[in-house]
Structure formats: structure tokens, C-alpha cells
Write a protein that binds this ligand. Structure first.
Ligand SMILES: NC(=O)c1ccc[n+]([C@@H]2O[C@H](COP(=O)([O-])OP(=O)(O)OC[C@H]3O[C@@H](n4cnc5c(N)ncnc54)[C@H](OP(=O)(O)O)[C@@H]3O)[C@@H](O)[C@H]2O)c1
Length: 273
């Protein structure tokens, strides 16, 4: 089955947050073996070198794999986004990353957006990133960065999104601006397991709760980047691409939204809802 692409990004990726270098190396190899061609890492995950090594050791041509990394907000002082992004490329062993994101807006507005986003733009203009994007940007911040980046396309806004937190306000605003969403923590960090509605729906598709949760987000048009340290789950999660939910089931899953935001630390911007 050919994988669906959104803005050239394979709709299903493999996330590597909270994976040690050893786990990330093994997880990326398993994901690639399962057929996944989209890997998500970040400076903050401290596993870029292991991710790059796994990609190289897989023997799969570089141009067949989409790699996303993210500039950490701790690296937003003038000059640092550029220096650390180049360091990320070196760790990953690539000349160009497919997608370079600002992992967060500046913490407590510590740096003006034109400064750090301007460096992101220059990295894009200089060919160090095939695409650029944002993560954890609220509606006002999306509008602000559009004015900084001008006509450079924003490939995605990567935000928390799962059946229990469907993040519809930001998603609707981004859709209006032509920016696809990438759903992080798409399994609500494992909380979707044993949900009675997902279980009941899954029984009819011969699918697990997790697979239904991922199929739903993809049905909504989002990119998803689940993570697992277990080979059988990595394979099963990737298989969720094949599930096509009917309208009734989609409506029921939309009803599971209970605004259960999982990521909400003091470094976060003021959320839209
Ligand atoms: N931009 C950002 O600020 C940001 C923030 C958070 C995450 N992310 C990205 O999004 C990726 C995914 O998010 P996440 O890691 O927070 O959460 P997630 O993918 O929603 O959930 C991962 C958790 O679910 C479990 N799991 C995986 N597959 C499962 C299955 N089939 N059935 C039951 N449980 C399953 C995993 O346990 P096992 O390992 O035991 O399978 C793990 O504990 C991250 O790795 C990262 O790349 C980005």
C-alpha cells in the first residue's frame, strides 16, 4: 500500500521522544523495517546521532526517508538556532534535513520571534532544511510567524492531538492558513488502550484501540507520529494506515474529546483553549 503523503510528508511517522540512544537506534530500525519512512527526532531528545546511525545502517537510500528534527527553545539566543541546527545535521549525518521545526515558541517570550524564526528562514533559504515548520504554536503565534516567514511555506504545526484532546481550534486555524497538523502523543501516551468505544469499534475492523485511535487522526487529515519501544507495536501502529473508518464511527470518536491536555508545563505558551 502506497503511503499517503501530506506536503510530501509520509502521513505516518515514528516518534523518538524519551527514547535513549540505544532504544531510538533499535526503534528506528524496526520502524523502517516495518515500512515506515518518516522519523521524528529533536535536539531535546538527545538521540539524533543514534537516529542518524540507524537510518544509515538500514541501507535504505537517504532520499526515501523523511527526517524531521526540531530546534530546542533553549537554543534561541541569537546565532544559536543556526549553530545548533548545523550541529543536528552533522549528528544525523545529512546535508539537509527534510523538515526543521521550532520545537516551541520562545519560553516566556525570552527572545523576539523575528530573531529565532529569522534564523529558521535563513536555514531554509540556504538549503539546510527542505521544509520548515513549527510546533506548539498557538493561533496568535501562528499568525505572527506567518508575518515573519513571508511567503516561505510552513509545512506543519506539530501539536498535541489525540482522541481525548482533538485540538480543534488550532487545527481549524491552521487549515485556514493551509498548514497541516502533525499529531504528537497520538496515543495519548498509551491512555487510549482499553477505551470501551475504541474497543467496540476496533472489534468490527479487527483492529486494536491504538490502531483505531491512529486511523481516526489520519482520517481527520493529520500526520501522526506514534512512538513505541516494542517491535510488535511499531508494526501494528504502522498497519493502522490501512483502516478506513465509516462516518458513524468517526462521529463517535469525535465525541471522545474531553480536553485532556497532557503537555502543559510552565514553559508552554498561553494555550488557545
Ligand atoms: N513537538 C513536541 O513538543 C512533542 C511532544 C511530545 C511528543 N512529540 C513527538 O511525538 C511522538 C509520540 O508522542 P509520545 O511519545 O508522547 O506519545 P504516544 O506516541 O501517544 O504514546 C507512546 C506511549 O504509548 C505506548 N504505546 C505505543 N504503541 C502502543 C500500542 N499499540 N498500544 C498500547 N500502547 C502503546 C508506548 O509504550 P511502549 O513503548 O511500551 O510501546 C508509549 O508509552 C514522540 O515520540 C515525539 O517524536 C513531540
Amino acid at each position: 500500500m502506497a503511503e499517503k503523503l501530506i506536503n510530501t510528508i509520509p502521513q505516518m511517522g515514528y516518534g523518538t521522544w524519551n527514547r535513549s540512544p540505544e532504544e531510538a537506534y533499535q526503534g528506528v530500525l524496526w520502524a523502517l523495517e516495518a515500512g515506515c519512512r518518516h522519523i521524528d527526532t529533536a535536539q531535546g531528545y538527545q538521540n539524533e546521532e543514534a537516529v542518524g546511525r540507524a537510518i544509515k545502517d538500514s541501507g535504505i537510500p537517504r532520499d526515501e526517508i523523511h527526517i524531521t528534527t526540531k530546534i530546542a527553545p533553549e537554543n534561541f539566543a541569537p546565532g544559536e538556532p543556526t549553530r545548533t541546527a548545523l550541529e543536528s545535521l552533522e549528528k544525523l549525518g545529512v546535508d539537509q534535513v527534510d523538515l526543521l521545526l521550532l520545537h516551541w515558541p520562545a519560553i516566556k517570550n525570552q527572545y523576539p520571534m523575528p530573531s529565532y524564526a529569522g534564523e529558521l528562514a535563513a536555514l531554509y533559504d540556504g538549503g539546510k532544511a527542505r521544509m520548515i515548520g513549527i510546533s506548539n504554536f498557538t493561533i496568535p503565534l501562528v499568525d505572527e510567524i506567518i508575518s515573519v516567514l513571508g511567503d516561505r511555506p510552513i509545512a506543519t504545526n506539530q501539536c498535541e492531538m489525540h482522541v481525548y484532546f482533538q485540538n480543534r481550534k488550532v487545527a481549524a486555524h491552521c487549515a485556514e492558513k493551509g498548514i497541516p497538523m502533525t499529531a504528537y502523543s497520538p496515543l495519548a501516551r498509551g491512555a487510549v488502550k482499553d477505551d470501551p468505544v475504541l474497543t467496540e469499534i476496533g472489534a468490527r475492523y479487527g483492529a486494536t484501540d491504538a490502531q483505531i485511535a491512529l486511523a481516526f487522526l489520519m482520517h481527520e487529515g493529520h500526520i501522526v507520529i506514534p512512538s513505541s519501544g516494542k517491535k510488535e507495536r511499531i508494526i501494528a501502529n504502522f498497519e493502522a494506515r490501512k483502516i478506513e473508518l465509516n462516518d458513524d464511527d468517526v462521529a463517535r470518536i469525535r465525541g471522545l474529546d474531553k480536553h485532556m491536555r497532557l503537555v502543559n508545563g510552565d514553559w508552554c505558551p498561553v494555550w488557545d483553549d
